[in-house]
Design a protein around this ligand. Structure first.
Ligand code: IVH
Length: 673
């Protein structure tokens, strides 16, 4: 039944059902990492819920998954005192210090002790309060006594349930972090946009959680691991191990990499094991936390003013290496941002040989006073991408001089600008060859038009030989031109042409993303395509109609709107259209996502002849409700002809074009289903 046909009471029941279904699937996905249904099915249920909520706003529950999108801008973060202080931990940097910790504990506790070993997640601490199972408040650690109320932002983090599986009142504490892959993607995007980058996933998580715009938090991927039950008088536990199992049971996400040991020597082995595994984990850890497992023993050990005596953090040595900077390479991105890379003497770092490291942008280079010949300290950001964190000024040559920054684009020679609001240098020449090549590479890349075989070298040659000037030119390439390129034989030329040709059929969102409109990533492109369905509709869309799309902010909307106003954009699109590049959305339409699939979903249907079961209008309406588009004449775009008695020329035409012919009974069948 369509949402609009439900009575209020029916809608209420369905809303409750949907919220708990969606909670269940999202727990499987975000907390357990074990989804049991395809994303598409989740999206369908989500759409159904938002549709019902739109019809009956009074049914919107505060803990509905639709309420995670992030609301209005915040004015600031209210200060909130912690019921119990959020303490920090004493650190240990060696085996000896851990053995000394064990000795101290044994003296304080007198009796057998076991240790609960956990990973030390590199993020920021947060306290979550639930009241009768509902998320009431989320507060940062702050100075340990008073933190900041970040509830609005925390509500957008999908691995944090808005409602527990049981109606318990409790406080849980844990670490909010940004996964390595999300951190790298975020920084790549920021670098490309000339924005300041985050130094590490922890800073990125903190900047995201303490952002005054909850929509920013919602758009970045934060996650959580809870590691403590601060208050749960309702469900007493006697060990840390039991506390974490309880958190698991009620739907709070804990880190599975944990273990209880009876001897400090086994603890040392655990520490060593994770020192090795560290780089292959999807999130950053900076050590191991060792806690006395029994709460009774914890109580015996007690606290100092700043930290518990029953726990210690073993800190891993930082994975850094030193090497000499020999040169600095500047490369131009597709939007003109010019980024520096240090070329260094090869050095071993966290399992690989490193010779190049990012210097990010000119402002950071100035801040760190990076010079040629300097000894650099390198580290892997997010454990993956090598970067120079500082230079060792004590090792600097006496004759060293400050680095001479480029003033002109390394590719086109035009003057570089350092815009006031940006941290990077930018080449402003729209005809810059490096930018043009990058735009082409972006257009053919996997998430855009996905044209195989057009690597950087081929793209560069195509551009330099003036065979391809803009992305549309790719569709006018001929085989002879490709064969004339270096190392391109008959077979690869044919494959390339086929790949180019096949890409003409791509759904609209790929083309939109491929055009490289500023701020329009693949997600925004999909939202646009879903909403407007054709390029022509997007071209004429008003700014207001773009801004209202959920998930598209003002910055993206105005960038899209101004792009389509450009004469050059218009010309490029015309050229693509003349090459028969598809400009329509082929994915599921918005309204289809909420309806179940029928035989007629998305089909173009023509009606002809005398009908017996329906009047013509009723049949038309029934078909539209089943997701079909009803048109007047038969063409090659017609999917079905519904032929009644005495059908004439339309039937003949349909037969000629091989259009499937059906009768009214099929429609009745579908309605019944
Ligand atoms: S327990 C009183 N467990 O490390 C005990 N902390 O240096 C409080 N951290 O502020 C902390 N992973 O932000 C604990 N498994 C873990 C942790 C962890 C990361 C952070 C936390 C804390 C800091 C202490």
């Amino acid at each position: 039944m369509a949402s609009s046909e439900l009575s209020f009471d029916q809608a209420k029941t369905r809303v409750e059902e949907l919220v708990s279904l969606l909670d269940h699937y999202s727990h499987e996905y975000y907390v357990l990492d074990q989804p049991s249904i395809p994303d598409e099915d989740y999206d369908k249920l989500y759409k159904e819920l938002s549709e019902l909520e739109e019809l009956y706003p009074t049914l919107i529950q505060n803990n509905s998954p639709t309420q995670r999108i992030g609301g209005a801008l915040l004015e600031g973060f209210e200060k909130v005192p912690h019921d119990k202080p959020m303490l920090s931990l004493d650190n240990a940097f060696s085996e000896e210090e851990l053995i000394a910790f064990d000795r101290r504990v044994s003296q304080l506790v007198s009796g057998p002790v076991t240790y609960h070993c956990e990973l030390k997640i590199d993020g920021l601490a947060v306290s979550l309060k639930y009241e009768e199972g509902k998320l009431l408040q989320a507060v940062t650690r702050g100075d340990g006594t008073v933190g900041e109320n970040v509830t609005a932002n925390v509500r957008t983090i999908k691995s944090i349930p808005l409602k527990l599986k049981e109606p318990l009142t409790l406080e849980a504490r844990g670490e909010i972090y940004m996964p390595k892959s999300s951190f790298i993607q975020l920084n790549e995007k920021r670098e490309e946009q000339g924005e300041a980058i985050f130094a590490n996933p922890r800073n990125a998580a903190a900047g995201t959680l303490r952002n005054l715009d909850p929509q920013v938090t919602a758009s970045r991927n934060l996650s959580v691991f809870l590691y403590a039950l601060a208050d749960s008088s309702e469900r007493p536990v006697s060990t840390q191990d039991e506390a974490l199992s309880l958190l698991d049971d009620i739907g709070l996400r804990t880190n599975p990499e944990r273990k209880v040991f009876a001897s400090i020597h086994d603890v040392l082995a655990f520490v060593e094991e994770y020192q090795e595994k560290r780089t292959s984990l999807p999130y950053e850890i900076d050590g191991i936390v060792i806690k006395v497992n029994e709460l009774e023993n914890q109580e015996k050990a007690g606290f100092t003013v700043k930290a518990p005596r029953w726990a210690i953090a073993y800190k891993f040595p930082a994975e850094e290496a030193k090497t000499v900077i020999r040169a600095i390479e500047w490369s131009v991105g597709r939007t003109g941002v010019v980024t520096p890379t240090a070329i260094m003497d090869p050095v071993q770092l966290a399992g690989t040989t490193v010779q190049r490291a990012s210097l990010h942008n000119v402002d950071l280079m100035i801040e760190k006073d990076i010079r040629l010949g300097d000894t650099a300290v390198v580290r892997k950001a997010g454990d993956i991408i090598p970067e120079v964190i500082k230079v060792d000024e004590d090792m600097r040559d006496e004759e060293s001089v400050p680095y001479d920054f480029p003033t002109h684009c390394p590719a086109c020679g035009s003057e570089l600008m350092h815009l006031e609001e940006e941290v990077a240098l930018r080449c402003m020449n729209p005809k810059c060859s490096a930018q043009a090549k990058e735009r082409l590479s972006h257009f053919v890349s996997r998430n855009a038009m996905n044209i195989d075989g057009l690597g950087e070298k081929v793209v560069s040659q195509l551009y330099e030989r003036e065979l391809v000037n803009d992305v549309a030119d790719l569709y006018y390439l001929e085989k002879e031109a490709l064969l004339a390129l270096d190392k391109i034989a008959e077979k690869s030329a044919s494959n390339m042409l086929k790949a180019i040709n096949d890409s003409k059929e791509n759904s609209l969102e790929r083309l939109l993303f491929g055009l490289g409109i500023r701020h329009v990533g693949s997600k925004a492109a999909r939202l646009l395509a879903e909403e407007f369905e054709t390029m022509n509709q997007i071209k004429v869309a008003s700014l207001e109609s773009i801004v209202v799309i959920e998930g598209i902010g003002e910055k993206i909307a105005s960038s899209i709107h101004s792009f389509f106003k450009l004469e050059e954009a218009q010309e490029l699109l015309d050229k693509l259209e003349r090459a028969h590049v598809n400009m329509t959305y082929k994915g599921k339409k918005k309204e289809e996502l909420t309806q179940t699939d029928t035989f007629f979903s998305g089909k173009t249907v023509v009606i002809t002849g005398k009908l017996t079961h329906f009047t013509r209008n009723d049949l038309k309406e029934a078909l539209v409700n089943l997701g079909a588009k009803v048109t007047g004449s038969v063409s090659k775009n017609t999917d079905y002809l519904i032929a009644g008695e005495e059908a004439g020329s339309k039937l003949a035409k349909a037969q000629e074009l091989d259009v499937t012919i059906i009768d009214e009974a099929k429609v009745l069948e579908e309605i019944e289903e």
